[in-house]
Write a protein that binds this ligand. Sequence first.
Ligand code: PMP
Length: 449
Amino acid sequence: MTTAQREQLAGLIARERETYEREHPRSRELHSEARGSLLGGVPMSWMAMWVGGFPLYQQRAHGSTIVDVDGNEYADFCLGDTGAMAGHSPAPTMRAIGQIEGITTMLPTEDAAWVGAELARRFGLPYWQFALTATDANRWMIRMCRHVTGRPRIAVFNWCYHGSVDESFVVLDEQGLARARAGLVGPPLDPTETTRVAEFNELGSLERALEDEDVACLLMEPALTNIGIVLPEPGYMDSVRELCTQYGTLLIIDETHTLSTGPGGCTAAWGLEPDAVTLGKSIGGGVPIGTYGVTSELAERIAAQADADYEDTGGVGGTLAGNALSLAATRATLGEVLTDSAFARMIALRERFVDGVEAVIAEHRVPWTIVSLGARCEYRFTPERPRTGAESAAADDPELEEYLHLYLMNRGVLITPFHNMALMCPATTEEQVDRHTEVFGAAVAELAA
Ligand code: PMP
């Protein structure tokens, strides 16, 4: 963008900020009150990342719609950054929650085995356990992999995100060397000591990460989704599997976001063969749950570790993990909400969304692109689809993002605050998708004017 265009953009952002302030007086009031009791004025630091200077306060959320405390209504394509992929307050999940008799007892319920069998059916891995978050599922799986392989390190991809997992906060610098992510809070030690970093879609880079045979596991998303969406090139995932096998590294596929691809995530849709799958966020319909599943072979290796204390204080476990509430909610959500037919609908809506965005991009000749993964998609400020995490990171444009997010929010459309992700849920409507197209088109038209 030219300096003049940047100045124009700054003017538009200032105008949109004023509108935002004017139309959300109650949210602003509640936020300033909360500053007296909440660290940083928010219940969770991420909530400070919404544009506009203060977050919207939620009044209620049903299906694909959120209403804020000022009575404004939003078509919600953020969906709790995937936590609400089943839609907000889905009726079967709410019913199951209402019928619960005893939330957490440290005893199993029938629902747990039902959910395990359903995940086995969907992902093709036979054995499952539960955590409360995807972060914990990843943390515990990494520990198990280190224990069974006797290897100290893990590997991840450049610009990955897998939750607040200590080992994962590493990126490659311009020389291709691993370094801790900027702003990393209180790492126990420099994560470059625990972790090798490879560039996504670059096989040589992955081979260099694994060839010393000291890497217990590769933790990866089958498509990067936390730095825009970066899809694997044809055959890449097969080669990743082969390299992991060749160097004795266990392959953990994190399907937390990529579940958007279909009922069994990319693992089922693309016929992947991981040693373990982790996921969380959406499967409980918004009720906290994380899960990890393993192959029979890995299950046997875990069981054979007589020196590993899985039952007590060996480092894998959480008091509330596997609780009755999480599993009842997950059974209802998987059984009745995030079904095969729901995915088919969500994916068709995402196609409509992408068609709309592509038409706007073409009409105004902006050098942007949109990448899809099942029910989710994301626009990126670069004319070509990024091939690697580094390429995608280079396309970041915080000002453009702020403008688009504010413009959309001021006109009743929400997308994910950290990036430009839009996700469809079973309740999303064609009208909501078209509303996005219309407002996105107007935002781009003002920019291009
Ligand atoms: N894995 C992936 C791929 C994620 O994107 C995230 C969160 N965005 C997580 C794990 C962690 O999820 P949570 O914060 O719910 O633990």
